[in-house]
Design a protein around this ligand. Structure first.
Ligand SMILES: [Zn+2]
Length: 170
């Protein structure tokens, strides 16, 4: 289960909307790919990871926010945000922007539909950290980073830090 290099802010793949996964075409490669994604997420101590963060432009992400301290692994293939309501403003970070954190408004509750690792559709509502993770990872698949959503003044504040983030090849 090798952890892969996490792409960083400034790399084109993070700015590119990901095409839909053709599940039958990806099926045979998917188990090995997911193993690598889980390993990469764990070694970077993240709660979510999107395929473009390991350099792959695919609508695929994994999330584990460990509700009540227990692992709950979610595989999101071709996820769609069905609804969102309310507002929460919390500090957010991203493995592709190491060392950068900012408070960001997100919906408090969202409902998501996706395919799982077997190609089966699932739907789930999430609140709190899970709701943030759903929104954050789907943003990645749309070619967006969370700092793109910051109000202008807040973005200026983090810009100096962001400028210091260079692609690394570790
Ligand atoms: Zn991220």
């Amino acid at each position: 289960m090798p952890a892969r290099r996490v792409t960083k802010h400034g790399e084109r793949v993070l700015k590119t909307p990901c095409p839909l996964v053709d599940f039958p075409a990806l099926k045979s490669e998917l188990p090995a790919l997911l193993k690598d994604m889980w390993a990469t997420m764990a070694s970077a101590r993240g709660v979510g990871l999107a395929a473009p963060q390991i350099g792959l432009s695919l609508r695929l992400a994994v999330i584990d926010v460990k509700p009540e301290g227990k692992s709950q692994r979610l595989v999101l293939i071709n996820p769609v945000l069905l609804s969102s309501e309310g507002e929460q403003k919390k500090e957010e970070g991203c493995l592709s922007l190491p060392g950068v954190y900012a408070k960001l408004s997100r919906a408090a509750r969202v409902r998501v539909r996706a395919l799982d690792e077997h190609g089966e559709p699932w739907e789930m509502s999430g609140t709190g950290l899970l709701a943030r993770a759903f929104q954050h990872e789907i943003d990645h698949l749309d070619g967006k980073l969370y700092i793109d959503r910051l109000p202008f003044e807040d973005r200026l504040k983090v810009l100096d830090v962001v400028k210091g983030v260079k692609p690394t090849w570790d």
